[in-house]
Design a protein. Structure first.
Length: 78
């Protein structure tokens, strides 16, 4: 059962990386992409806000995963 817990912890830590990635891409698309890419403003706003809102959603999911992976006691661990 220890291997399963390690995988849960790895997925929880990877979730943190993905939160930073989604929020970073969202902020970039909303505020800085017009200087580097030639993309229509409506598409940039739609994509940027989608990434930003999905990153915010992933914060809550990652928090739940971290709490379960690191701060709960396994009953099967004997």
């Amino acid at each position: 059962m220890n291997g399963n817990r390690i995988m849960q912890q790895f997925h929880a830590m990877f979730g943190i990386f993905m939160v930073v990635f989604y929020i970073g891409i969202g902020i970039f698309m909303l505020f800085y992409a017009d200087r580097m890419f030639v993309i229509d403003k409506a598409i940039r706003v739609i994509m940027g806000s989608t990434f930003l809102f999905f990153g915010i959603y992933r914060i809550f999911v990652s928090y739940k995963q971290i709490r379960e992976a690191f701060f709960t006691k396994d009953i099967d661990e004997e």
